[in-house]
Design a protein around this ligand. Structure first.
Ligand SMILES: Cc1cc2nc3c(=O)[nH]c(=O)nc-3n(C[C@H](O)[C@H](O)[C@H](O)COP(=O)(O)O)c2cc1C
Length: 168
């Protein structure tokens, strides 16, 4: 018999989500973390807004709060390696070295945009709510960079996936 937590995780594993690397830079340091919790909030406020849920012990969350800004890099389906790198799943050594072997550039507000991301949402930190284990981080979007290839990397049933259109 599965306990409630296990049933929650199993239930959520059935939702294929897109995969993003939330990056940040500034006085709190340069950092980044892979998330599946990126979600749009609204396109129609003062500015578009999105949110991500990041574990409170993640150094990336701490840096985002200090830097008051971040970039949500929606990964392209070819970027599993980047997803694993920013999830601490590869042997890249120190987390400060995560950016070293990658192509990236700073956006207008200084937040790191990863080369190849299918979309990059540059955000100012609007608010953050600590809900038990995770910060719900809300960003006000000030720029969106789009690549030529819209195919986003997905994660579902505990593995990386890509989307395939259904026939009508
Ligand atoms: C596909 C995928 C999705 C993830 N989504 C989240 C997420 O939404 N929030 C989160 O805090 N960690 C998420 N993680 C785990 C983090 O990427 C990371 O491994 C873990 O939080 C340790 O982070 P740290 O290296 O910043 O301490 C995800 C990992 C993977 C592989």
């Amino acid at each position: 018999m599965m306990d409630l937590r296990s049933r929650f995780l199993e239930g959520m594993s059935r939702a294929a989500t897109f995969v993003a690397v939330v990056t940040t830079d500034g006085p709190g340091g340069r950092d980044g973390v892979t998330v599946s919790s990126l979600s749009p909030v609204s396109a129609d406020g003062e500015a578009p807004a999105l949110l991500a849920c990041i574990h409170h012990q993640s150094p990336a969350a701490v840096a985002i709060l200090k830097n008051e800004g971040f970039c949500a890099n929606l990964l392209h389906e070819s970027q599993q390696q980047e997803a694993n790198l920013f999830a601490g799943r590869s042997a890249a050594g120190a987390r400060s070295a995560r950016f070293d072997g990658l192509g990236w550039k700073a956006g207008a507000a200084g937040q790191p945009q990863l080369d190849g991301a299918t979309a990059a949402f540059h955000c100012r930190l609007a608010t953050a709510l600590l809900w038990q284990t995770h910060y719900i981080i809300v960003g006000q979007v000030n720029a969106v960079e789009l690549s030529d290839d819209p195919a986003a990397l997905l994660y579902g049933q505990r593995s990386y996936r890509k989307s395939v259109g259904l026939e009508e």
